[in-house]
Design a protein around this ligand. Structure first.
Ligand code: NOJ
Length: 714
């Protein structure tokens, strides 16, 4: 089907058929095993009569159900327009990868691309065609539970990793039956929810939006993503669902997006509690006018638009535009040629949890984990007797939130992972919140019989993810009690930490000899942890979000502004500075930070002329040596600080990074090309350019340390 044929098809459609295309319901309306109509869906009874005209479904599916639903649907749908199947494949379909925040700590777009590719192969085999991923919301508040879905606090990494996932899902040929169309979300600013409370108000200045929050959505679209999801939140007072500035001026006019725009779940009718719509009719009109083309999981469009368009015929054009985009998407996915996209139960069975997918998940998990502390406790001493204690010692709930179709029964636990590598341990599983006195006694006994204590601690899966906000992000008190008991025994204590967000680790860092941040590592979690603990793999993950000492410090992102009274300025009186009196200003573990089993030494930066211009970039390089005993991977990070600019600029901002692998004793020179473009930012006129003048250029292992030189843009 080509553009002209799509136009002709739109002309044949009745108004109700067009509105049907713009409505999305769950697969539960088509009786899929395990798909339940919960929440909003259970209140959609009136949809039953329209289900043969709705354009798309979301939710639970398998190959057999997809084949059945599509066949029935095509028999009922007057014009034979195939149904579109969408879902949330966020970090894997059946083979679950680490949560996105963890994946971002690989600092490796290739890892993200591969993850998305495997996810697409599995989900497409089960009948899906669109995934609501990647989420590229910039997050500075780890209390927000959905931080686990994000790539952290830096706009450059967010954009690059989002783009890599889009490429992995879609490849360069969406017609191939093993691809998924990517839906970028949540446009815009959802990650800046006030106080870290989910769905909360977002207020961001235009400069902050342009410089920090919008670039990642744009980067993911530039990688070819075919859908965009509007966010739940208000942005500067206007809900994103009804935000014409966002959905028209920025998305369509400035960025030239020609794909499909979908609301978030129930968000059209949420315009009523937001207080900008009096009822369904208002909500439908505002959303349609702003540019929402598919209403997810409410029926304001079907209820109100037929009548509304009768009264306001000018709205008909909006219907036509929306339906054209939706049909184009179906065409791009090849659905008009093969509405089943080659789905078969045999292919599904072959693809789900394929050994090569599990291997990819294991490698991704290894690359995602971040070694935060290590005082000679790791790798494990093979001669030591090991006690493994805690809520995650032998727990299959390591998949993390948004692993919708993942099955914990397929998950490798820490105990299993260690045992399979021949590490014999005595283990004791505890509750995550309340650890009884008798369990503590058993723990003490076990610790006494061991040489090293391995504590598997953290927050349970439901404590992060959607609606998983927390006011403070420490460990439950009983877990800290267990830690203190272990530390008091005077034996090396290694903590493996599971969480969907940065956790307050000051006390853990005080007691533990080593801390490995394992996040929610997915199906192969236990194997990957064992790989690192035994030294079979050398940890190389680097944080993409700063870890606070204390929740009260939040936000504590690395790229903050200096203020007029920065804490380090000696000329100020001691008190009258930007600081807390009771906790440090800095994070406990900064953005970019992470250890490994190698020792990398940085030399001085070589920057020939130290000058660059718009058409003459600058070459800089730095020598790195691996002085350790393990082959290792180092992420060499480049930051700038614009010393004098039109607006206050961050104390540091990441502009480039490279990963190098070096053998023990090996030395390499890492080179970068610094262009004027990389030094730019959006000015008060909202135009992007770089200011001539001096910049501090820092190259180092994280956002806090590094060698620096002054460079000049002329
Ligand atoms: C609500 C979430 O905000 C969104 O990210 C997700 O894609 C939809 N539900 C569909 O499940």
């Amino acid at each position: 089907m080509n553009t002209i044929q799509i136009e002709a098809l739109v002309k044949q459609m009745t108004r109700l058929e067009k509105i049907g295309q713009m409505t999305q319901i769950t697969t539960s309306f088509f009786n899929v095993d395990g798909a339940k109509a919960t929440g909003t869906a259970s209140r959609m009874k009136d949809v039953e009569q329209h289900k043969w005209i709705v354009g798309s479904v979301l939710g639970k599916l398998d190959a057999a159900s997809m084949l059945r639903i599509q066949r029935d649907y095509l028999q009922h749908n007057r014009l034979g327009i195939p149904l579109l199947f969408m879902t949330d494949v966020v970090h894997g379909y059946k083979t679950i990868f680490p949560v996105p925040l963890a994946l971002s700590c690989s600092w490796n777009p290739e890892v993200l691309r591969r993850t998305a590719r495997v996810s697409a192969v599995e989900a497409a085999a089960a009948g899906f065609q669109v995934t609501f991923s990647p989420m590229v919301d910039l997050v500075r508040d780890p209390r927000w539970g959905r931080v686990m879905e994000s790539f952290g606090e830096d706009r450059l990494l967010l954009g690059q990793f989002g783009a890599a996932m889009v490429e992995g899902y879609q490849t360069d040929d969406l017609q191939q039956p093993d691809t998924l169309a990517a839906c970028v979300k949540h446009f815009a600013g959802y990650g800046a929810a006030e106080g870290g409370k989910d769905y909360n108000t977002v207020d961001l200045s235009p400069l902050s939006l342009y410089n920090d929050y919008l670039p990642a959505y744009h980067a993911a679209l530039q990688a070819g993503a075919r859908l965009m999801m509007a966010a739940f939140n208000t942005l500067n007072g206007v809900p994103a669902t009804a935000n014409t500035w966002l959905l028209q001026d920025i998305l369509r006019k400035q960025w030239g997006f020609d794909g499909t725009v979908i609301s978030d779940w129930g968000a059209v009718k949420e315009l009523i509690p937001h207080g900008v719509a009096a009822g369904s009719e208002d909500a439908a009109r505002l959303s349609l006018q702003a540019g929402i083309e598919i209403e997810m999981m409410t029926t304001a469009y079907i209820e109100a638009l037929p009548e509304l368009c009768e009264q306001h015929p000018e709205l008909e054009q909006k219907l036509d535009e929306a339906v054209t985009h939706i049909l184009q998407l179906k065409q791009e996915l090849g659905l008009f040629d093969d509405p089943y996209r080659g789905v078969s139960e045999a292919r599904e069975q072959e693809m789900l949890l394929h050994p090569s997918h599990r291997q990819a998940a294991r490698e991704a998990a290894v690359q995602s984990m971040v070694l935060l502390k290590n005082q000679n406790a790791l790798p494990l001493n093979p001669n030591h007797r090991l006690a493994l204690i805690g809520p995650f010692a032998d727990n299959q709930h390591l998949l993390g939130p948004w692993s919708v179709d993942g099955d914990p029964n397929h998950t490798v636990t820490v105990l299993e992972g260690l045992n399979q590598q021949g590490v014999h341990v005595q283990s004791l599983s505890t509750d995550d919140n309340r650890i009884d006195e008798d369990v503590l006694h058993q723990a003490i006994e076990l610790i006494q019989q061991s040489d090293t204590v391995l504590l598997a601690l953290g927050e349970r899966e439901e404590w992060s993810g959607e609606a998983g906000s927390r006011a403070s992000i420490g460990l439950p008190l009983d877990q800290l009690k267990l830690l203190r008991i272990a530390a008091a025994a005077g034996k090396p204590v290694i903590v493996v930490m599971f969480a969907g967000r940065p956790i307050e680790l000051a006390e853990v860092a005080h007691h533990a000899d080593a801390i490995l941040m394992a996040w929610f590592p997915g199906t192969e979690g236990g194997h990957a942890i064992a790989d690192i603990l035994t030294g079979r793999s050398n940890p190389s993950g680097r944080l993409t979000m700063s870890f606070p000492y204390h929740s009260g410090q939040i936000p504590v992102h690395y790229n903050h502004l200096n203020t007029g009274r920065p804490a380090h300025l000696l000329t100020q009186e001691k008190r009258y500075k930007t600081q807390y009196l009771d906790v440090p200003n800095e994070s406990l573990y900064p953005f970019g930070y992470g250890l490994g089993y190698s020792e990398f030494a940085y030399g001085d930066i070589d920057a020939d002329t130290c000058e660059l211009s718009i058409d003459r970039p600058l070459q800089v390089s730095i020598p790195i040596t691996n002085n350790g005993e393990y082959t290792g991977c180092e992420t060499v990070q480049v930051y700038i600080h614009d010393r004098v600019a039109e607006i206050a600029r961050p104390v540091r901002e990441l502009i480039a990074y490279q990963q190098i692998e070096l053998k023990p004793g090996e030395k390499a020179r890492v080179e970068y090309t610094i262009s004027a473009e990389m030094l730019g930012y959006y000015h008060t006129d909202l135009q992007y350019r770089a200011d001539p003048g001096e910049f501090e250029l820092i190259i180092g292992p994280d956002s806090r340390r590094g060698a620096s030189v002054m460079i000049r843009l002329v």
